[in-house]
Design a protein around this ligand. Structure first.
Ligand SMILES: [Zn+2]
Length: 372
């Protein structure tokens, strides 16, 4: 699968990724600081100093965004909510929080932690300024970082989902109404409205001649609107799927492949004839694992006739699968998170069928038709 991110490392057990789009922001910010912001505030530096302090400040801004995300993540982990990764991208950062928050108060504190961290950073960069007065490049960086962190906190508190303020808003509606789905829909609709306001304001600015800022604000608005719209769609789908089990939608006519089949035969008799690229492998009618195209390609082609499926298999303990009595929504969520198109449905290593994206879409179509 094509990756858009570069892994940076792990912190508190959370993987930190850098999206390629972040380099665009890094470049633009460094350039803006080096040729415009610092020269107008601090005279008498040479060009190299402007660029050096510009890029240093951009890196510290990036560290500030990461600290903001860690604020969310560490509070989430206190509520026993897992945070597998943080991704830094063009609009800042995003913490991938596994599943929905356990309670309205958990959601409130997880969401509000990020802006609190940003305000704290702004205060820190503000109070250290008197100490930095003798070293004007460091003073310049601290001044800018105090400003940008305060702006980051304020921007994120705008009550439009998926911004932090939207999550705080959802937590409050959720706490009052005791209805998570309704709260999400209200917060997401408000988020779409806020997104449209940004777009309108951006277009207005652009038409008045402030082209770059206008375009940027409209772009952020478009991003907010589409993220909120996706949330609405997800809630509608979750509503339709609620109460339905995997066994209702799964395909039952699935033929697994015996473990002693050679890779050569898997490629010629199964992949090339069916177009499928992953297969459940069984031995004595027990599932031993999953054979995928990448796993086959790891074996040199010359060894395909002599290598069995069992030798190249991803062991059952490591593969993604689902129980027949699991909620369909859970399966959908699992597929989305892991980026796979098909889940084996099994109990006690017995394969009962498979659930594919197509099965889900087909079943959703039936549910929608019944509802209408
Ligand atoms: Zn945040």
């Amino acid at each position: 699968m094509f990756r858009h991110t570069i892994p940076l490392g792990r912190i508190f057990g959370i993987t930190v990724d850098l999206d390629y789009s972040w380099f665009l922001v890094f470049g633009l910010l460094t350039w803006m600081l080096a040729v415009s912001y610092f020269p107008s505030e601090f005279k008498n530096w040479n060009t190299a100093e402007y660029w050096f302090v510009g890029s240093l400040t951009a890196v510290l801004f990036f560290a500030s965004v990461l600290t903001h995300e860690l604020g969310h993540s560490l509070v989430a982990m206190r509520y026993k909510v897992q945070v597998p990764r943080i991704t830094l991208f063009i609009f800042g950062g995003v913490s991938q929080i596994a599943g929905e928050p356990p309670s309205a108060s958990a959601e409130f504190w997880i969401a509000v932690a990020g802006p609190i961290v940003s305000f704290a950073l702004a205060a820190l960069f503000l109070i250290m300024q008197p100490l930095l007065t003798p070293i004007s490049p460091l003073l310049a960086a601290a001044k800018y970082l105090a400003l940008i962190n305060a702006m980051l906190a304020l921007f994120n508190l705008i009550p439009g989902f998926p911004l932090d303020g939207g999550r705080v808003f959802r937590a409050i509606v959720w706490g009052v109404s005791r209805n998570f789905r309704r709260a999400t829909l209200i917060a997401a609709d408000t988020g779409r409205f806020v997104g449209f306001l940004f777009i309108a304001f951006g277009v207005w600015l652009a038409l008045r001649g402030n082209f770059f800022n206008g375009l940027w604000i409209a772009f952020i608005g478009w991003f907010l609107e589409s993220a909120a719209a996706a949330q609405v769609q997800q809630q509608v789908m979750q509503g339709l799927l609620a109460g339905h089990k995997v066994s209702e939608a799964m395909g039952r006519d699935y033929t697994p492949i015996p473990a002693d089949t050679t890779l050569e035969s898997v490629v010629h008799d199964h992949i090339l004839t069916s177009g499928r690229t992953s297969f459940v492998i069984i031995s004595d009618s027990e599932v031993v694992g999953l054979l995928t195209l990448p796993a086959i390609k790891n074996v040199p082609r010359s060894q395909w006739p002599t290598t069995t499926a069992l030798q190249a298999v991803i062991p059952a303990e490591q593969m993604q699968w689902i129980r027949p009595d699991a909620e369909l929504w859970t399966a959908f969520d699992k597929m989305g998170r892991s980026g796979i198109d098909q889940l084996p449905v099994m109990t006690d290593k017995k394969l009962l069928g498979t659930l594919s994206r197509d099965d889900l879409i087909h079943y959703l179509g039936i549910l929608q038709a019944l509802k209408a």
